[in-house]
Design a binder for this molecule. Sequence first.
Ligand code: PEP
Ligand code: MN
Length: 337
Amino acid sequence: MVIIMSPNANDEEIQVVTDRIDELGFEIHRSTGKSRTILGIVGLDINLDPRTFELMDGVTEVVRVTEPYKLASRTFKPESTVVEIGDISFGGERVPVIAGPCSIESHKQVNRIAEIVANAGGTILRGGAFKPRTNPYSFQGLGEEGLKLLREAADAHGLLTISEVMDASQIAIVSQYVDILQLGARNMHNFAFLRELGICRKPVLLKRGFAATIEEWLQAAEYILAGGNEQVILCERGIRTFETYTRYTMDISAIPVIHKLSHLPIIADPSHGTGRRDMVASMARAALAADADGLMVEVHDNPGEARCDGAQSLLPEQFAVLMGELGQMAPVVGRTL
Ligand code: PEP
Ligand code: MN
């Protein structure tokens, strides 16, 4: 952290700031120019709040020069992390595609969709059993019964599984049936829950909160990493902006930003990002072009009757076409599907 003093700051004001830095246990690198003094804080200052200094007399500006996270940063670990799950990996050359319904509705539904996903080249079957619904009267998911159906359908079609876990008490039960735990956008700021995910030893798909900055998102990842769970995959799923045409605004630029700031793999979810079936394929292609390490797409064989998010679920034939397009595109960006 660098503290830039005002050109009008007097010696006493500079001394007060210097004493405060000293009290906090940091060394100071002081440079006195012709017009102003700059105080550099030397040492790990992740926990320092810039406002501590911003409000002091004679201070013009405080600039953070280190990220407020460590384990998640590329500065700390320059080489990209590859999260391996069975024979699939996120962060390597191959770009896995996670697909399936928003929620698991029945044995028949999840089996039909598993077949569609597998035939088109998807490798991981998604489906919520515990659903975070905005309205308490909306379908809340089938619970453990849904997880069983998901696992059976995936096994029957050679797929891995992912499902959302809504609070720490569900980690054990969901872990019995899935290969990846999904932490939903609405829970990205649930720090006690993030800590519990850090203690567990399952890969975690950490969705970006829809009002979270990239820096906040990486600090959420830091919670999980700090607990010792290194298998974290980030997922851009759209953020809330002033635009109302789409459900959220797909922040494609977050993908290269994450690659720059962090070594963790990042995938994109254009289904929740747009909320509209007719926009999903183009945003999926855009995410691959932007160097996403994977994709998550909602697919339903009868979206008109879906109990959740039918409007943003691709029809089976649309999903197959998209997979073909992604397969053609992947080599252009140095990947394979
Ligand atoms: C989902 O993937 O079904 C979901 C609820 O996603 P999000 O947390 O991104 O809204
Ligand atoms: Mn959904």
